[in-house]
Each structure stands twice: as C-alpha cells, then as structure tokens.
Write a protein that binds this ligand. Structure first.
Ligand code: NAD
Ligand code: IPM
Ligand code: MN
Length: 369
C-alpha cells in the first residue's frame, strides 16, 4: 500500500470534467513512474446536496483531515443558488479551509511562453510574468461575526458582514509570504485598505513589525487594494509576492488570471500550519469555479486542475521532479498549438477538454522516454 493518501473531490459543473483529465495523469504516473496513490473520492457541493442533503458530509471532512492531500475541483451552480448560506454548495470549500485550518492560499500567476499572445494584455506587458499571490483564506469578511440579514422595525432589511483580523492570523499568513519571497526575488507587497479600514491598518502594522523582527532581508512595500488592481494591469511584473486578505485576494487573483491568458490556467495550493504530528494539511484546486455556462460541453480548460495536481506533488510530497515534468508537458502541449476555447488564438487547433488531457499524457510519455 502507498503512504500517499489522496482525497479527490470533483464537485459540480466542469469540476468532474477537468478532474477526469487529472486522473489520466495520475494513471500515467502509476504506470510509468510506479508512483502509487491511495485514492478516495467523495461528493461535494451541489452533487453532495443532491445525495446527502449537505454540501459536505462530516465523513468527508474527516477523510480530508486523514488524507495527506486533498485535490478539489469546483462547486456551485444555478440549481442550488436559492439555498441559504448554511446549505449552499460553496460551503463545502469554505468548510474545508476552516476545518483543516488552511489559512494560506497560494495563487501563482505565471505566463507560459506559448500563451504570451493569449492574454488580453499586450505581450510586452505580460511576457515572463511570475507572481505569487498569497491570499489569507480562513478569516476576514468571509467568516467575521456578526453576519446575517436582519429585518428592521421599519420594514426594511439590513445585510451585515464583518471584516475581522487578529495579529496571529495576519502574522502566520505573512510569514508564509516572506518565506516564499526568500526563495523567489525577495520582495513582498502587502495589500489592504489601511486608509479606510481598521483591520487593514492592523494588517499593515503587523506585517511591518513581523518583517523587522524576522525577515529584515526581505523587501516589503505596501499598497492599497484599489491601486494594486490597477497596477496589476498597468505593470504586473513589478510584483514578486503579494500578500493580502481573503476578499481582496479572491478579486486580485481572478484579475491576475487574465494576465496569464485565462482563468482556466491558474492552479492554487491552500496550506495550513504544521499539526502536532508534524503533518501539514493541504488542499489543491484551480482558482476557477464550476463554470455553469460551459459545463457538460467538454470544452473546459483542464490545465488549472492538472497544474494544481503538480502543485500537490511539489508541496505535499516533495516530488519536485514529477511536478516539473507535468508542468513542462503542459507547456509543450500549448507550444504544439493545441488550445481549448478559452485560450484559442488564430492559427491554433481548437480541442476539447479530453483531447487536451490526452495530449498532456502523450507529452509525458515523450518526456519520460
Ligand atoms: P467561474 O470561475 O465558474 O466562471 C467564470 C468564467 O470563466 C465563465 O465564463 C467560465 O466559463 C470561465 N471559466 C472558468 N473556468 C474555466 C475553464 N477551466 N476553462 C474555460 N473557461 C473557464 O465563476 P462564476 O461563473 O462566477 O461562478 C460559477 C459557480 O462557481 C458559482 O456557483 C460560484 O460560486 C462557483 N465558484 C466555485 C469556486 C470553487 O469551487 N472554488 C470558485 C469560484 C466560483
Ligand atoms: C474561490 C471561490 C470561493 C471563494 C467561493 C466559491 C467560496 O471564489 O476559491 O476563489 O470566494 O473563496
Ligand atoms: Mn474566487
């Protein structure tokens, strides 16, 4: 038996479609590299609501805690959009982040050479781009109390969400960002709105103090989130590592995805702290959602999901070589001219999700030969 316990949660919409292509890569590794994973699969999101009545069962959460790594697809869809916040499909991913203590969501935006012209921005602006957005993922306005919709005496209503950050929450995610920067270009840009929010001001003060204490070798700058959105489009290569709050990180990473050509290209890793047993919980997922508008058509780009699996190999299993092999295979397939619809360019060959996935394993065969 293998010691690599993997929990796969395909979810809804294009989730299962792109996950199928990862299974192809996993089968390839089993066949050609004799790497065995001990794999379990479970329902999450709308798929779990339809069968179990909840977006994620306690049993699935327990399995996620027992696994060495979780590979997540995407959840949600119009069918379940009317449900309350205590029952929606999206609660599956929020519950996993919270229950497993996955506070640091790493979202790399890299422009692969073959896709330089696929971006909606000019090639000279995005060529060679390699930024890492570290998004806080268990706090902030996503989880702050009080929250809810209240009826007021005058018959109107009030919707409430609260941005809350404590110094330990800020420090642990900033530490991840500083450590990553040390292995990159040594620069961190911390992003909040310290000009209007107390939680943002505390964020800025805490990150500044942490740098002075523990990371004096890393360059730290600060930027307001609105300016950061603009700077990411104006001159994205000015950034190395960006560290930011849950909500701002959500927005800025979707924005950054378009620098790389498509939302369908961006993988992510969400890491927790070291547990008492020395293990680190970790979950890997594309940053895109279930894409109801293209679900069932077989046209989704599987790259973000496949690259999320490569991140899993690198971060959870220290399998740097295999991770690099998969990333190279993806780049080569794109260089050969194959394109799913979202990254289609003139003169290229438009292919389905499955043909793209098959091309990746064929390329893996070539690289490993
Ligand atoms: P989305 O990310 O699902 O889609 C946004 C746009 O990008 C759509 O036009 C879609 O077709 C396109 N797109 C996304 N992934 C693609 C891919 N791999 N290949 C090609 N095109 C791709 O965001 P949305 O439409 O705002 O949300 C749809 C549902 O997904 C909602 O229920 C939302 O809550 C959920 N969602 C889930 C996650 C997650 O599970 N982590 C993330 C984001 C959104
Ligand atoms: C993401 C998604 C989730 C988020 C939703 C589905 C809860 O948009 O992973 O980026 O907002 O964190
Ligand atoms: Mn998002």
């Amino acid at each position: 038996a293998s010691n690599k316990k993997l929990l796969i949660l395909p979810g809804d919409g294009i989730g299962p479609e792109v996950m199928r292509e990862v299974r192809r890569v996993i089968d390839w590794m089993d066949r050609r590299r004799a790497v065995r994973f001990d794999i379990e699969e479970a329902l999450v999101g709308g798929a779990a609501i339809d069968v179990h009545g909840v977006p994620i069962s306690a049993e699935t959460v327990a399995k996620a805690k027992a696994a060495d790594a979780v590979l997540f697809g995407a959840v949600g869809g119009p069918k379940w959009d009317g449900l309350g916040f205590d029952r929606r499909p999206e609660l599956a991913i929020l519950t996993l982040r919270r229950e497993l203590g996955l506070f640091a969501n790493l979202r790399p935006a890299t422009v692969l050479d073959p896709l330089v012209d696929a971006s909606t921005l000019k090639p000279e602006v995005v060529r060679g781009l390699d930024i890492m957005i570290v998004r806080e993922s268990t706090g902030g306005i996503y989880f702050g109390e009080p929250r809810g919709i209240e009826s007021l005496p005058d018959g109107t209503k009030k919707g409430v969400n609260t941005e809350v950050y404590t110094t330990p929450e800020i420090e642990r995610v900033a530490r991840v960002a500083f450590e990553l920067a040390r292995r990159r270009q040594g620069r961190v840009c911390s992003v909040e709105k310290a000009n209007v929010m107390e939680s943002g001001l505390l964020w800025r003060q805490t990150v500044t103090a942490l740098r002075e204490r523990e990371f004096p070798d890393v360059e730290l700058t600060h930027m307001y989130a609105d300016n950061c959105a603009m700077q990411l489009v104006r001159n994205p290569r000015q950034f190395d590592v960006i560290v930011t709050t849950n909500l701002f990180g959500d927005l800025l990473s979707d924005l950054a995805s378009m620098l790389t050509g498509s939302l369908g290209m961006l993988p992510s890793a969400t890491l927790g702290g070291l547990g008492p047993d020395g293990r680190r919980h970790a979950l890997y997922e594309p940053i895109h959602g279930s894409a109801p508008d293209i679900a069932g058509k077989g046209v989704a780009n599987p790259m973000a999901q496949i690259l999320s699996f490569a991140m899993l190999l690198r971060f959870s299993f220290d399998m740097t070589e295999d991770a690099a092999l998969i990333e190279r295979a993806c780049t080569n397939v794109l260089a050969s001219g194959l394109r799913t619809a979202d990254i289609m360019q003139p003169g290229m060959a438009r292919v389905s999700t499955q043909v793209m996935g098959e091309a990746v394993t064929r390329e893996l065969d070539k690289l490993a030969a």
